[in-house]
Design a protein around this ligand. Structure first.
Ligand SMILES: [Zn+2]
Length: 62
């Protein structure tokens, strides 16, 4: 099952979605996305925590 995280759920006004097989894979992509798109060089722990809490299983029917 693919996991999904919406950038918006982390607190950015952004429609990007990140998918991965594991939380770690998603967090790695979020870090790259935050840096490249939002100019966040180092993601604060609070944002990482919020990201972890908002990772969900992608609905297969979606
Ligand atoms: Zn974003």
């Amino acid at each position: 099952m693919t996991k999904l995280l919406r950038c918006r759920d982390v607190g950015f006004d952004c429609d990007a979605e990140v998918r991965g097989e594991t939380d770690e894979a998603i967090l790695a992509q979020v870090a790259v996305h935050a840096r490249d798109v939002h100019g966040v060089v180092e993601v604060p722990d609070a944002v990482v925590q919020r990201a972890i809490e908002n990772i969900r299983e992608e609905d297969a029917t979606e």
